[in-house]
Design a protein around this ligand. Structure first.
Ligand SMILES: Cc1cc2nc3c(=O)[nH]c(=O)nc-3n(C[C@H](O)[C@H](O)[C@H](O)COP(=O)(O)OP(=O)(O)OC[C@H]3O[C@@H](n4cnc5c(N)ncnc54)[C@H](O)[C@@H]3O)c2cc1C
Length: 594
């Protein structure tokens, strides 16, 4: 197989990747399959029988489960071997999050511990800090938490009011302030805390619970994930030795935001596992429940739900492992990144900020669709607490809020892309210019179709990229520097960008699967892509037209609307037939069908 091209973040909008350039979940290696099997076995053996007890918020049980996870290497996929971890790639990390993602509250405790709690030390710690903390965190002997949010610093994280003052003897910092909504807040042994040195320089610290002046507030009463701990953490003249400063004074934002990037990727992987679980639950129930003398799974509208849940999850999964491989490719040259200097790690983690935000938003909204349809498939039984479905519905909701709300991530996606274009790191404006110079190439031309399988869908994807660029060009032209104020426009750009990335990830995956196994075996992959693209283009057109009418007028507007109309004129696909095909497979296998 040809080597994968090393993409820059956001480059997918201005290039046509070869199939070899996009990793697909079907290409997992033996090692990947082994870590998947280990995680799966752990969940079946240790978590599933204990879900009810975990939901009682048992610290002892969650701690003992984290220790077992540590013993079998599920806490340390990102931690280098010399510090007690497994030193694996991001695909492996994704697999662990994916499998554990279906375990409700435990997934949240585990993810905060292994992700945002541990990774700041992995990527930004000194050798001494890594040596001291990482082996204990990998083993699950110590639990970690990440303290960024404050009463007046939520989405606006840099507005933190927690302060750090150097002591007169220069040996420690005195931390004062309150962090709120901290996952593992009551249980953690170490906290990654952000505070402003001299009230100004935003800085990261590793704080041990044993340091004087640390206390946790009472447990929050929450809508869901009730088995996880969420408390405030208060620092009152808390003495933190200077050797526990993380990275550099005044560079806390580099840690905070870059760790959130990777946290968003991990969240995306976890909720994708959750979505797969909803499909399994829905299909089992649809096979068993009878009304009007038939199983409800035989009804077209229930089939429709099973198919939609599966297709969206297929795209989510395709996104997750594509992004994982992109990160691995970038980290590969430097032993997964954890051993490189922190400044280099910051750059590498920043590289795919756009793709990580896409993973977070797309996959969390996929889970929302899935849990909602799951409740509907269960009818009244989906609404009562006797069944786990209503808990799954409540548990899912937090994912659109933490690790940066989906609104903030929607702003980050086009914001980062436009910033990089202006810095000359992405050839977006050149492509817009080229498009403006193109003449008469806009109508659907079957002779231009790629003869390969899904050629028409590939062509549709290319035109969606053109439609995006046309609308971005118009918006930049109209709003210039004030585009940041046009949030509705930016959100629609983000939606188009996410759809393009999802569809492209799924499309290349289906093509590769068909090439490897034959079209017959790839029939469900192919159906998923055909349905998705058929339904996606009208949405893209709707958003693009909204951006255009907000950004242009007169002939300029009508010219562009005409171009968008021409670009998007495709013969429809029989999605009813194809959805039934996918649903039949879900009903037969009683699980996520890909
Ligand atoms: C169960 C739970 C666990 C958590 N775990 C942790 C943790 O471990 N560590 C940690 O540090 N934090 C944690 N958080 C905090 C979480 O990250 C924040 O709640 C989140 O970042 C949103 O901040 P906020 O609640 O202050 O909402 P706000 O920032 O006040 O936002 C309220 C609404 O306004 C929107 N909004 C805000 N700014 C803008 C803008 N510029 N443009 C458009 N819309 C905007 C938001 O999207 C949201 O819809 C947790 C929260 C919960 C509930």
């Amino acid at each position: 197989m040809a080597e994968r091209k090393l993409f820059t973040g956001g480059e997918f909008l201005v290039t046509e990747p070869r199939s070899d350039d996009v990793f697909a979940p079907e290409e997992m290696t033996r090692e990947h399959k082994m870590i998947y099997a280990a995680a799966n076995d752990f969940v079946k053996r240790e978590i599933d029988p204990n879900i009810a007890q975990i939901e009682e918020k048992s610290e002892a049980l969650t701690r003992s489960l984290l220790k077992i996870a540590g013993e079998i290497g599920l806490n340390g996929t990102d931690i280098p071997e010399e510090y007690g971890g497994e030193g694996m790639d991001k695909i492996s990390t994704g697999l662990v999050s994916d499998v554990i993602g279906g375990t409700a509250s435990f997934a949240v405790s585990h993810s905060a511990h292994t992700g945002i709690g541990t990774l700041p030390i992995v990527y930004f710690g000194t050798h001494e800090q890594k040596k001291k903390y990482l082996p204990k965190l990998a083993a699950g002997e110590w639990v970690a938490a990440y303290c960024l949010t404050e009463p007046n610093a939520g989405s606006d994280a840099l507005n933190a009011q927690t302060t750090a003052q150097l002591s007169d003897d220069g040996k420690y910092y005195l931390l004062n302030g309150e962090k709120i909504y901290i996952t593992n807040g009551a249980w953690a042994d170490i906290f990654i805390v952000y505070a402003k040195v001299d009230g100004e320089k935003f800085t990261g610290f590793i704080v041990e619970r044993a340091f004087p002046g640390v206390s946790s507030g009472v447990e929050e009463k929450k809508m869901g994930i009730n088995g996880s701990s969420t408390t405030s953490v208060v620092f009152k003249d808390c003495r933190v030795p200077v050797e526990n400063v993380l990275f550099e004074i005044g560079k806390g934002h580099k840690i905070a935001f870059n760790i959130l990037n990777i946290g968003r990727y991990k969240l995306g992987a976890g909720v994708t596992g959750g979505s797969k679980m909803t499909i399994a639950e829905a299909s089992k129930y649809a096979n068993a429940r009878e009304q009007f003398g038939k199983t409800i799974g035989s009804f077209g509208m229930i089939k429709n739900k099973l198919a939609d849940m599966s297709i969206r999850t297929f795209m989510a999964e395709s996104i997750i492992y594509r992004v994982a491989a992109m990160m691995d490719d970038r980290f590969r040259t430097s032993a997964i990144g954890a051993k490189t200097p922190a400044t280099e790690n910051a750059k590498m983690l920043e590289a795919y900020a756009v793709e990580c935000s896409i993973a977070k938003v797309y996959c969390s909204e996929c889970l929302d669709l899935c849990v909602d349809e799951l409740v509907q498939v269960f009818g009244g039984n989906g609404y009562v607490a006797e069944y786990p479905i209503e808990r799954m519905y409540r548990d899912a909701r937090i994912n659109r809020i933490f690790d940066g709300t989906n609104e903030i991530n929607r702003l980050l996606i086009p914001g980062t892309i436009l910033k990089r274009a202006l810095q000359g790191r992405l050839s977006l404006f050149d492509e817009i210019q080229k498009l403006n110079n193109e003449n008469n190439v806009y109508s659907f031309d079957p002779t231009k179709l790629d003869a390969a399988l899904l050629g028409i869908q590939k062509y549709m994807l290319t035109t969606c990229k053109k439609i995006l660029l046309i609308s971005v060009g118009a918006a930049v032209n109209k709003f210039l520097d004030s585009l940041a104020e046009e949030q509705e426009v930016l959100a629609m750009m983000a939606d188009i960008i996410m759809e393009i990335f999802a569809a492209e990830s799924g499309l290349v995956r289906a093509q590769k699967h068909a090439a490897a196994k034959g079209e017959k075996k790839a029939v469900y992959h192919i159906a998923a892509v055909k349905i998705y693209m058929n339904d996606m283009v009208p949405k893209v057109v709707h958003w693009a037209k909204q951006i255009l009418v907000a950004s242009a007028e007169g002939d300029h507007l009508s010219d562009r609307l005409a171009v968008v109309n021409k670009l998007s004129a495709y013969p429809p696909v029989d999605t009813i037939k194809l959805r039934r095909l996918i649903a039949e497979k879900v009903l037969k296998t009683k699980r996520y069908p890909f």
